[in-house]
Design a protein. Structure first.
Length: 16
């Protein structure tokens, strides 16, 4: 699951 949040895109980048 790739969730890109404008607040923390780098942190959510680990979610594949």
């Amino acid at each position: 699951m790739h969730r890109k949040v404008s607040m923390v895109p780098e942190q959510h980048s680990k979610y594949d």
